[in-house]
Design a protein around this ligand. Structure first.
Ligand code: SF4
Length: 245
C-alpha cells in the first residue's frame, strides 16, 4: 500500500471498532498474522475469530524467548486449546543465545541494557517470521506508554522490518482502546487471560524484565525498570522509539 493510502486509511479508522479493522485487514492480505504476546492481546484472537469464516486461515505466532514466566507459557497453550487454533511459537537461534550467555552471563541486560538480549531472543526470530508475511497485527495501544506509544497508528508502514515482498504493513487495531476497554471486553466475552494479571502484572514480558506495579503506577514502569522510559521498547516496535528522537 502506498504511504498516502495508509495515512488516509488510518484517519478513516480512528473511530472504527477493532473488529471492523481486523475484518478489513484479514481480507486485504493473504500473508498476515497476529503477533500474540501471551497477555491482553488475546482479545485480538477472540475478535479475529469472530470475523473469519475459516479459522484455519488465521495465522497467530508467539515468541518464546526462553525467559517467559511459566504462567505465560501455560497461558499460550491454554489459548491454543481454548480456541482450537494453531499458534506458531518461534524460538531464537540457539547458537546466538549460547554465545551471548557464554560471553556475558544470563543477566547481562541488568548491566548492558536490554537491547542486546532482546535482539537475540526476540528480534531475530521476529524478523524471520515477518519475512514470510505482507502484514502483521499487534496489540499495541496508545495508553500503554506515554513515552513511546502515544502516537501509535491503527495502520502504518512498518519502518523496522520488511516482509516477503519488501514493504510490510503493521496493524494496531487496539490503538485507541484503553486498558479499561480491553478488560471490559475480556469480562464481557469470557476471554481467557494470563493469571499474572491477578498478581499485579499489567504489562507482561520476560520474567527477569517484568515486575508487578503498584496502584497508580503506570504499566510500563513494570518493564525494564532500571532503564529510561523512552527506551522501553524491545525492538519489536522500535519505530516508536525512533519516532521519539
Ligand atoms: S525482555 Fe529481558 S530477558 Fe527478554 S529478551 Fe529482552 S532483555 Fe532478554
Amino acid at each position: 500500500m502506498h504511504s498516502t493510502a495508509i495515512e488516509q486509511q488510518n484517519q478513516e479508522w480512528q473511530s472504527s471498532h477493532p473488529k471492523a479493522i481486523l475484518k478489513q485487514a484479514l481480507s486485504d492480505h493473504q500473508a498476515i498474522a497476529i503477533s500474540f504476546s501471551g497477555a491482553e492481546d488475546v482479545v485480538l484472537i477472540d475478535l479475529a475469530l469472530k470475523v473469519v469464516t475459516d479459522k484455519s486461515q488465521l495465522q497467530v505466532f508467539s515468541l518464546d524467548t526462553g525467559r517467559l514466566h511459566p504462567e505465560t507459557l501455560a497461558f499460550i497453550d491454554q489459548v491454543r486449546q481454548h480456541y482450537q487454533i494453531d499458534i506458531h511459537v518461534l524460538y531464537p537461534q540457539h547458537q546466538a543465545v549460547e554465545q551471548l550467555v557464554r560471553e556475558k552471563g544470563l543477566f547481562s541486560f541488568y548491566q548492558d541494557g536490554h537491547k542486546e538480549c532482546c535482539s537475540v531472543r526476540k528480534i531475530e526470530p521476529l524478523r524471520r517470521k515477518l519475512s514470510e508475511l505482507d502484514a502483521w497485527i499487534t496489540g499495541q495501544r496508545k495508553d500503554q506508554s506515554p513515552s513511546t506509544r502515544s502516537q501509535v497508528a491503527i495502520i502504518e508502514q512498518d519502518s523496522a522490518f520488511t516482509g516477503r515482498n519488501g514493504p510490510l504493513v503493521k496493524y494496531n487495531p487496539l490503538a485507541n482502546w484503553s486498558s479499561a476497554d480491553v478488560w471490559q471486553y475480556i469480562r464481557m466475552f469470557d476471554v481467557p487471560f494470563n493469571p499474572l494479571h491477578q498478581q499485579g502484572f499489567i504489562s507482561i514480558g520476560c520474567q527477569p524484565c517484568t515486575r508487578a506495579v503498584l496502584p497508580n503506577q503506570h504499566e510500563r514502569e513494570g518493564r525494564w525498570w532500571w532503564e529510561e522510559g523512552t527506551q522501553k521498547e524491545c525492538g519489536l516496535h522500535s519505530g516508536n522509539v525512533i519516532a521519539q528522537g
